[in-house]
Design a protein around this ligand. Sequence first.
Ligand SMILES: Nc1ncnc2c1ncn2[C@@H]1O[C@H](COP(=O)(O)OP(=O)(O)O)[C@@H](O)[C@H]1O
Ligand SMILES: [Mg+2]
Length: 260
Amino acid sequence: MRIWAIANQKGGVGKTTTVVTLGGLLASQGKRVLVMDLDPHGSLTSYFGHDPDTIEQSVFDLFMHKGAVPDGLPESLITATSCPGLDLMPASTALATLERRMVGVDGMGLIISKTLALLWDQYDFVLIDNSPSLGVLMINALAASQQLVVPVQTEFLAIKGLERMMHTLSMVIRSQKSNLQHMILPTMFDRRTQASTQSLRTIKQTWGDNVWKFAIPVDTKFRDASMQGLVPSELDAATHGVRAYKKLLETLLEKTPNGI
Ligand SMILES: Nc1ncnc2c1ncn2[C@@H]1O[C@H](COP(=O)(O)OP(=O)(O)O)[C@@H](O)[C@H]1O
Ligand SMILES: [Mg+2]
């Protein structure tokens, strides 16, 4: 099983789009893929037609057993999506209360790791979507993952948000003694604008080899796909945005060849 987390402490940078697009591409290659929504806003959950305000069973249930994850519980929370081979573990807005509830409860940082251990034989890939806030959910995602992808929008203010995320990451890596790999992913790149080209240059100068060598272009097909609840490659596999994600997928597969 290969487990990738998609996170950045900034919203609207393409996290959910990255999860959906990579998940759809992997599923179209015949892989068994689970996408997990760890964002209390539930955008990934809404994408596939569920309402995070009213959903009965969600990731939230995993945190209600004093740090243990009962056998059979993870499976019971999973639902199929419109895309064959792609399953969803949805979020509910109740996740927003987790931080408050978890104060003083031990072992809450490994709930997602324990969950995925129970699903080990059932999926080839797990992609975890995150909220923009650092808390127990993101700590769980980072602890469970082998690879972190940090989407960053190629615009002027991007670099500040990125500094914050990379600082968080180094703190978490130190405290978990993990060897989590990470890759910065420039998104919504528009080569016709100075804001995009200059900020891409700055991102590459500042973060060097940790930045993916290409960028995901601006492509209106992503919004169209989300409005229809389709993974972007089902709407249009040849659009330039999807083609860029295919190249990204190749890079990620090279970086985590076998998983753990
Ligand atoms: N490469 C892109 N080109 C154009 N629009 C994009 C692109 N990536 C994402 N979007 C759109 O931008 C908005 C925010 O993206 P989203 O993936 O939800 O960000 P996040 O999960 O980081 O908040 C969505 O409406 C999405 O459809
Ligand atoms: Mg999102």
